[in-house]
Design a protein around this ligand. Structure first.
Ligand code: HEC
Length: 129
C-alpha cells in the first residue's frame, strides 16, 4: 500500500469513529444548549467577542477555543478532568475566591461570575468525557 492510501485509511477510520461516538454528539449538544449561553454571558466580552483579540489568547466563543485554552494556564478542557481544565479551574475561582489574581471573570469587571448551578453543569460536562 502506498503511504497515501495508508493515510486515507487512517483518516476515514477516524472520521467513522467520530461520527459513531455518542459522547461527542452529546458533548456538542450540551455545549450549544447549556455551556455556550453561560460563557456568552460571563466570559466572551474579554475572550473573543466580535472577533476582538481574546485576553490571554483564550477564545471562549468556540468549542475548539475552549479545548485549546490560553497562553499560560494549559489546556482549557481536559475531558474527564475538571481540575486540569483551565476553563473550569478559573471559572470556579471566579465564583468562590473573588480576590484571587486569576479569578474569572476578574473582580473588577462588570461580568457576573458563574452561579453554583452553572459551575456544576460545567463540571458535569467536562467529567462526562
Ligand atoms: C473583564 C475581562 C474578562 C472577563 C469578563 C473574563 N476574563 Fe478570563 N482573562 C482576562 C484576563 C485579563 C486574563 C489574563 C489574566 C492574567 O494573566 O493575569 C484572563 C485569563 C483567562 C484564562 C487563562 C488563559 C491562559 O491560559 O493564559 C482563562 C482560562 C480565562 N481567563 C477564563 C475565563 C472565563 C471562563 C471567564 C468567564 C467565567 C472569563 N475568563 C471572563 C479577562 C477576562
Amino acid at each position: 500500500m502506498s503511504r497515501l492510501s495508508i493515510l486515507a485509511v487512517i483518516f476515514s477510520a477516524s472520521a467513522v469513529l467520530a461520527a459513531d461516538d455518542p459522547n461527542a454528539t452529546a458533548r456538542v449538544a450540551t455545549y450549544d444548549k447549556e455551556i455556550k449561553p453561560m460563557l456568552d454571558q460571563s466570559c466572551i466580552s474579554c475572550h473573543g467577542k466580535d472577533g476582538k483579540k481574546p485576553k490571554a489568547g483564550f477564545n471562549a466563543t468556540t468549542l475548539e477555543g475552549l479545548e485549546k485554552g490560553g497562553k499560560e494556564e494549559g489546556k482549557g478542557i481536559t475531558w474527564g478532568d475538571p481540575e486540569k481544565s483551565s476553563l473550569y479551574r478559573l471559572a470556579h475561582l471566579g465564583a468562590t475566591d473573588r480576590d484571587h489574581d486569576m479569578a474569572m471573570p476578574p473582580k473588577k469587571s462588570k461580568n457576573e461570575p458563574l452561579t453554583t448551578e452553572q459551575l456544576a453543569k460545567l463540571k458535569a460536562w467536562i467529567l462526562a468525557k
